[in-house]
Design a protein around this ligand. Structure first.
Ligand SMILES: Cc1cc2nc3c(=O)[nH]c(=O)nc-3n(C[C@H](O)[C@H](O)[C@H](O)COP(=O)(O)O)c2cc1C
Length: 247
C-alpha cells in the first residue's frame, strides 16, 4: 500500500527540496510541550516558528527546520497519563505544528497524551528529513520508536495526530499504527493532521488498510486537517469538528 505513494512522494520531494525557505529558521532552541500542574499541555512552551507565517513565507512548508530532536531537545516527550480518562492523544511532531494542534485538542477533550519520538530523531534539516522519510517509506522500513506505550485497553477513543509526509502520515505514526493495530480493535479512532498545503493525502486509506490487514474493526471519525502555518487560526473550525465527533 505504502509503495503506491512512492511516485507521488518522489514528485513532492523534488518540489520540496528545490526551494529552501530561508525565512523559516528556528532561532530558539526548540522544546516539546511542557505539562501544567493541571495535567494540560502548556501551549506557551510549544515552539513552532512557522505558525503565523504568510502563505508566501510558508511556501508549502519547504525549508521548515526543527531542532533535530523531534521538538524535544529541552524537555521530555509529552506524557499525560491518568487512570480514569477514556481517551488518549497519540501524536508525532517534528517542527511543532502538530504538537500545537494536539495541545488544542487536549484542552478541549481532557484526553491523556503520549508523544511519539523516533529512536533516531529526524534531522533539523528539511531536505535531509525528506530524504530519510522517503527512504523509510519506499522500503517499508518504519522507524523504531522511543516511547513506552500505556495499556491501550483503558481508552475507548484514540486521537492520532501526524504531519503529512510524502502525502501520507509521517513515518513514526505509521510505526505506531502498525505496531498497535490489534489493540485498536473496537475503538474510535480520531485522526488529526497538519500539512504543507496538500491535504490529508492517503493517510486515512493507510489507517484503514493496516486495520483491515490486522482484521481490526474500528470506527474512524472524520479527520481534522490544517496547514502547519495556520494552526493558530484553526480554533473555530476545530471546535466545529470536535463538537461533531462521536467520542
Ligand atoms: C519529510 C516531510 C515531508 C513532507 N511532505 C509533505 C507532503 O507530502 N504534503 C504536504 O502537504 N506537506 C508535506 N510536508 C509538510 C508538513 O506536513 C508540514 O510542515 C507539517 O505542518 C509539519 O508538522 P510538524 O510541525 O508537526 O512537524 C512535509 C514535511 C516534511 C518534513
Amino acid at each position: 500500500m505504502r509503495k503506491s505513494f512512492i511516485l507521488l512522494a518522489s514528485v513532492l520531494v523534488l518540489a520540496a527540496c528545490s526551494v529552501q525557505n530561508e525565512s523559516q529558521t528556528n532561532s530558539s532552541s526548540s522544546s516539546s510541550a511542557s505539562i501544567l500542574p493541571s495535567g494540560k499541555m502548556d501551549q506557551s512552551q510549544i515552539v513552532a516558528p512557522q505558525v503565523g507565517l504568510s502563505d508566501e513565507e510558508w511556501n508549502n512548508s519547504r525549508g521548515t527546520v526543527s531542532d533535530g530532536e523531534d521538538t524535544n531537545s529541552e524537555q521530555e516527550p509529552t506524557r499525560i497519563l491518568s487512570e480514569d480518562v477514556d481517551s488518549l492523544i497519540v501524536y508525532f511532531s517534528r517542527s511543532g505544528s502538530t504538537e500545537l494542534l494536539a495541545s488544542k485538542i487536549q484542552a478541549l477533550s481532557g484526553a491523556d497524551v503520549v508523544e511519539l519520538v523516533a529512536k533516531e530523531t529526524y534531522s533539523s534539516d528539511y531536505g535531509e528529513t525528506v530524504q530519510r522519510a522517503n527512504q523509510e517509506r519506499n522500503v517499508e522500513n518504519t522507524p523504531e520508536l522511543d516511547v513506552e506505550m500505556p495499556n491501550l485497553s483503558q481508552y475507548q477513543s484514540i486521537y492520532i495526530g501526524y504531519p503529512i509526509w510524502g502525502m501520507t502520515m509521517a513515518e513514526p505514526v505509521a510505526t505506531f499504527i502498525e505496531t498497535y493495530a490489534k489493540e485498536l480493535d473496537g475503538k474510535t479512532i480520531i485522526p488529526f493532521s497538519t500539512n504543507g498545503g496538500y491535504g490529508l493525502g492517503s493517510s486515512i486509506d493507510y489507517i484503514e488498510t493496516v486495520l483491515a490487514e490486522n482484521q481490526v474493526t474500528a470506527r474512524i471519525e472524520p479527520a481534522f486537517a490544517v496547514e502547519g502555518n495556520k494552526v493558530d487560526q484553526a480554533d473555530s473550525d476545530l471546535m466545529t469538528w470536535y463538537n461533531n465527533l462521536n467520542k
